[in-house]
Write a protein that binds this ligand. Sequence first.
Ligand SMILES: [Zn+2]
Length: 99
Amino acid sequence: MKLHKGDKIMVTAGKDRGREGVVERIWKDKVLIPGINQYKKHRKAQGEKQPGEILTLSRPLPIGNVAMVCPKCKQVTRVGYRIVGDKKVRICRKCDQQI
Ligand SMILES: [Zn+2]
């Protein structure tokens, strides 16, 4: 997977298109970005001490709906790879820097 936890991304499709966020969790084909793709969940009261409430939660987005924002050039970019020594590193396709 090209994205890592903590990467800055921009949403390219859906209702949050154009918004930026930071990857929190990654699955095979989905990513969770806090604050993006939110929905409201109504929780019933759990007895006396825990009143009912409306929670705002984020749903994971399909990985194809986000694009990486390069930390070096701040542009929305695609990720490429380069072999440095015996390691594979990610590079920005726009500015060609290691990310
Ligand atoms: Zn760049």
